[in-house]
Design a protein around this ligand. Structure first.
Ligand SMILES: [Zn+2]
Length: 321
């Protein structure tokens, strides 16, 4: 009778005597040994025995950076960034049974910052060089001053803004102590969700910057061939290059909590977190503007240096409102 339950088709519980791997609940880490049913008594997670065993056995073959960072750092980095760009694919393919690896997650974030910084500087150089070329072409004079004047303070401010954003999200998710306790969530799982969503945010910033710059350079060439000037400022593109990455980040956070961690109110939790952050940042703007009598005050200056482009978004929002 006992043997029938153990190998019964409904539960599919493994033969514990011959099973060579240790099985733990993928969400809360509870030891599943000798459990007759595929349901964690600690956090309530439903799972399939065969799926869990396969995931545990194949974890080290997973192509993500977390598992391949020592063996194939560049390839696994690019692959992970590629997946982070498309959150719905990232989280539907991510197995909860793949134990999050804290150290490579931080290395991944550092690599992403580096890639983002290099691309941002490159894009700035391309725009400055193109503006200088336009000037020489249209005026017949040499460009006065250096061609490239990198605004390093602005770049540092932007990276700081991104890091603060990740910290805000992590801090605000801690408010949901009841949910964290109910699902026995471990911090390393929240860390994985935040880091991968954040890598997606920076990747989208990088991609949107590269594509809009390529397009702007193309327009500049087109104008130059007609002997006219095309201003290479960011303003035209800033609204969507600022908004889109944050929309994708929010989506990734929602899917990470609901699809990957299987939290029932994952969507509500993520959306509320995003709304609180945005309101906390933007709500003081009209009040301080009224109080100081100028829209250019310390608060708005700090906001725009940390999240460049936010002024264009706010302008659109307040004008529409
Ligand atoms: Zn569990």
């Amino acid at each position: 009778m006992r043997a029938m339950i153990d190998r019964g088709p409904t539960s599919g519980a493994p033969d514990w005597n011959t099973l060579g791997v240790a099985l733990h609940c993928p969400r809360c880490g509870y030891d599943l040994r000798m459990l007759p049913q595929p349901r964690c008594p600690e956090c309530g997670l439903q799972f399939e025995w065969a799926e869990l065993i396969t995931a545990v056995r194949t974890q080290n073959e997973c192509p993500l950076f977390e598992y391949q960072w020592r063996r194939r750092p560049v390839r696994s980095f690019l692959r992970t960034v590629g997946r982070a760009l498309l959150p719905w694919r990232l989280w539907s393919r991510m197995s909860l049974a793949w134990e999050p690896q804290v150290r490579p997650l931080f290395v991944l974030a550092a690599f992403m910052v580096l890639l983002f910084a290099v691309c941002s500087l490159g894009v700035e150089y391309a725009r400055d060089a193109c503006a200088a070329w336009q000037f020489t072409l249209l005026t017949g004079r040499a460009y006065p001053g250096p061609v490239w004047r990198p605004d390093l303070v602005a770049h540092v401010g932007e990276v700081t803004g991104h890091l603060l954003w990740a910290l805000f999200v992590w801090g605000l998710l801690q408010i949901y102590q009841q949910t964290i306790a109910k699902y026995q969530l471990r911090q390393r799982q929240l860390l994985r969700v935040i880091v991968l969503a954040w890598v997606g945010l920076l990747a989208w910033q990088t991609v949107s910057r590269l594509t809009t710059t390529a397009f702007a350079l193309y327009l500049a060439l087109l104008h130059a061939s007609r002997g006219t000037w095309y201003p290479l400022t960011w303003t035209r593109e800033q609204v969507w290059t600022t908004l889109l990455p944050y929309v994708v980040f929010t989506l990734s956070l929602c899917l990470g909590l609901s699809t990957y961690l299987r939290i029932r109110r994952g969507w509500a939790m993520s959306l509320a977190t995003m709304i609180i952050i945005v309101l906390a940042l933007i709500a003081p703007v009209p009040a301080i503007t009224v109080a100081t009598g100028s829209p250019s005050n310390t608060w708005t200056r700090v906001l725009t240096s940390l999240w460049p482009g936010i002024e264009y978004v706010m302008e659109k929002v307040f004008v529409a409102w």
